[in-house]
Design a protein around this ligand. Structure first.
Ligand SMILES: Nc1nc2c(c(=O)[nH]1)N[C@H]1C(S)=C(S)[C@@H](COP(=O)(O)OP(=O)(O)OC[C@H]3O[C@@H](n4cnc5c(N)ncnc54)[C@H](O)[C@@H]3O)O[C@H]1N2
Ligand code: MOO
Length: 389
């Protein structure tokens, strides 16, 4: 058995970075840049007013002073004169600040009477002037990253209408097992509803992949091979179940010999396997629903990031204080379903890898090293967040 870190390194070396494509800016959210992108313009392109008020010379601003208003500049407008001693220009937020002015006096601080303003006596001292290039300069770059909503707006402001991104990996998901039916179907007396695949698909989608749920493969080599053939145009195949040592664990039987590894010293998730089969990358997840979901977080999320050209690294960890004592760990790294609130974490009592109702209420996986000793309430433990906390 290999460690979780070793398994991740294998996954990174098995995968290939996706080719690039260009998408319209409106389609770029959540995608990953394939190249750094350079701003096509400077923002603001001119010194701009940050408030509605009057462009003035700060030397003129003393309580009670009167200034003559020369012109008016709305956002999008321009005035090519100069603000000289004793004058002001009416200006609005976002408009270019005229020559000579070094301060915007907000309109709340003046009294206007025809073409004259009188400076009030309780002044807001901020200059309210945004210098040209205060946000970014032409040629400034956005490095390779996932495009968040804010970055999408930044790209727009940089005047990037078409964005170079990595193609989204198409991931075929194949549930295996004679006991499975699809949700909505009437299960036979010894059948259950296939469940883990839907959560795994969501995890992949959130990471930027395009999951495709394939027909259920039955526990025969022929059925699995036929379903694998349907997935031949996918960038990654993920099987669920049939990975362990049983007589009917068909994934292990068909693919096992070809895999780079087929057991990881972790709990849940021991029967995880991965390799290349007929040139295609395959990851075999264990069938137990919680094992599949935990492995999707711990392995598939970093794998998808690596395929998208992002840094090869494990999920980031945080830490919190235990709200109770916790027993010693066994020989496998344990990813325990837990609930973090504020700076404390409660590890759920029931950790069986079949319990979807438990992981459904978890927002974190507390990570216990192999053979870790018992811990007292208040001890800090590392955890992997499963959702925004
Ligand atoms: N003698 C041993 N038995 C088992 C071992 C072992 O080392 N020696 N490992 C155990 C561990 S750990 C796990 S995890 C499971 C994983 O086995 P498989 O990957 O072969 O999964 P299956 O046997 O196909 O299924 C396990 C369990 O999960 C249910 N399942 C499967 N697919 C789905 C699905 N799509 N949706 C919902 N539930 C699913 C299946 O019915 C089984 O109950 O093996 C242990 N055994
Ligand atoms: O390793 Mo299994 O995934 O514990 O149930």
């Amino acid at each position: 058995m290999i460690t979780v870190d070793e398994a991740l390194s294998h996954l990174f070396s098995l995968c290939r970075v996706m080719p690039g494509e260009v998408v319209p800016l409106v389609r770029a959210e959540g995608r990953v840049l394939s190249d750094l992108v350079a701003a096509q313009r400077t923002q603001p392109p001119f010194p701009a007013s940050a408030m509605d008020g009057y462009a003035v010379r700060s030397a003129d601003i003393v309580p009670g002073a009167t200034l003559r208003v020369l012109a008016e500049i709305p956002a999008g407008g321009a005035w090519h004169g100069t603000v000289t001693a004793g004058t002001a220009v009416r200006i609005f937020t976002g408009a270019p600040v005229p020559e000579g002015a070094d301060r915007i006096l907000i309109q709340e601080d003046v009294r206007r009477d025809g073409d004259t303003i009188t400076v009030g006596d309780n002044l807001d001292e901020s200059p309210y002037l945004r210098p040209a290039g205060g946000d970014f300069e032409v040629g400034d770059t956005l490095d390779i990253c996932r495009i968040s909503p804010a970055r999408q707006s930044l790209l727009a402001a940089m005047n990037i209408a078409h964005v170079p991104v990595r193609r989204q990996p198409r991931v075929a998901l194949i549930a295996t097992g004679d006991e499975l039916v699809v949700p909505g179907e009437a299960p036979g007396p010894s059948q259950i509803v296939s469940s883990n695949i839907y959560g795994v698909a969501s995890i992949l989608r959130a990471q930027g992949a395009l999951p495709h749920i394939m027909p259920i493969a039955r526990d025969t080599a022929q059925s699995l091979s036929a379903t694998l053939a349907l997935a031949s145009d996918c960038d990654l195949v993920v099987t669920l179940g049939g990975a362990s040592v049983g007589d009917h664990d068909v994934v292990a039987q068909v693919l096992g010999g070809e895999m780079s590894f087929n057991k990881v010293r972790m709990r849940p998730g021991k029967p995880l396997m991965a390799g290349r089969f007929q040139k295609q990358m395959i990851v075999g997840l264990p069938g137990n629903p919680v094992s599949a979901l935990v492995c999707a977080h711990v392995f598939l999320r970093p794998l998808i990031d690596a395929m998208l050209g992002l840094p090869q690294r494990a999920l980031p960890r945080r830490s919190a204080a235990l709200s109770h004592d916790l027993g010693a760990n066994g020989g496998r790294e344990h990813y325990m379903r837990a609930l973090v609130s504020g700076d404390t974490v409660k590890v759920f009592d029931r950790q069986d890898s079949s319990l979807l109702s438990v992981i459904a209420n978890a927002n974190a996986l507390v990570v216990r090293e192999p053979n870790a000793p018992p811990l007292k309430q208040g001890a800090r433990v590392p955890f992997v967040p499963l959702s925004d906390l």
